[in-house]
Design a protein around this ligand. Sequence first.
Ligand SMILES: Nc1ncnc2c1ncn2[C@@H]1O[C@H](COP(=O)(O)OP(=O)(O)OP(=O)(O)O)[C@@H](O)[C@H]1O
Ligand SMILES: [Mg+2]
Length: 376
Amino acid sequence: MHVRRVELTDFRSYERVAVDLDPGVSVLVGQNGMGKTNLIEALGYVATLDSHRVATDAPLVRAGAASAVIRCAIVHEGRELLVELEIVPGRANRARLNRSPVRRPREVLGALRMVLFAPEDLELVRGDPSERRRYLDDLLVARQPRFAGVRADYDRVVKQRNALLRNAYLNRKVGGTRGQDLSTLAVWDHHLAHHGAELLAGRLELAAALAPHLTKAYDAVAPGRGAAAIAYASRLGEALQADRPALEAAILERLQERRVAEIERGMTLVGPHRDDLALSLGDLPVKGYASHGECWSFALALRLAAYDLLRSDGIEPVLVLDDVFAELDGSRRERLAGLVSDAAQLLVTCAVPEDVPASLRGARFDVVTGAVSRVS
Ligand SMILES: Nc1ncnc2c1ncn2[C@@H]1O[C@H](COP(=O)(O)OP(=O)(O)OP(=O)(O)O)[C@@H](O)[C@H]1O
Ligand SMILES: [Mg+2]
């Protein structure tokens, strides 16, 4: 698939911009702060309804404007889809698909499949488990858009169950009774186990499918530096199988075991929102052991593995490499170029065009405050 055109209104630093893109390689060149990442962040938003840089929508809207609009035409197997998103901070986004309003913005997920690697991805390796859960869940949705609904259902259950436990906790502090206000907890246990098992089964299947791609990708990025591996790490136990009824039973059982602790702490302590993706290099975990360069290669390998996996599913995602080549020496640049040069569409950003290997020659765009122009 490829993005044929993107138009932004009041998105980040852009008052109004329209960029026409071809399949194959496009290199966006501009000095620091000119708006290269802003442009691809908009595409990322179409793909995931989320920014890879910020957790809230407010910074996405141009300072002084009330809302931002992203309009993106995507070509896939000869058909064109037009996705339009209006971002209004503090309110639900509005979305249209081929000019018809959709009931929920998440109905546009799947229209654009994209893998984005950006400097922020170092957090995938160094950051909290929530970063890696998000990586898994975004990929899960990219492969099977119905998981957007599963994820939303599960998040809602955890939120409501947390609110119940929290209220009971606060009531108890002022001398209320515990039995009364937790009377609906059993119902929430079942919702949690039901949606949790579905999400967990999806993640387990995904992690298993992804693991060989990750090992291969790391070896391609940093050859001869030991085998990289990933494994889904759940507090429910080791070697879990993606068997929904069994997972549901396991969650319910663990909820029973942790009942007292949950009531004491006033929060949900069981479920896939507490899980992680364990990363290792050779016999050692990455976190706390790996060097800066190794962490960086691992983060890149996680994205390349996602890209490979989507391709092996028969989906040709758009690949975006934001500011990647400046970090690499000459031989690594060439190696990475070799891995990605046949992408259906590859968007590369850089401040210095010479950093991008000659084998990735394609269309070139100059990005200068608020304007993007094709120069070759
Ligand atoms: N909501 C906003 N309203 C107005 N300007 C914004 C907004 N958000 C970000 N900017 C501006 O956008 C610029 C950053 O753009 P961007 O991150 O795309 O730069 P870049 O070209 O990728 O630079 P670098 O090479 O340093 O990565 C900054 O100057 C910032 O002030
Ligand atoms: Mg940038």
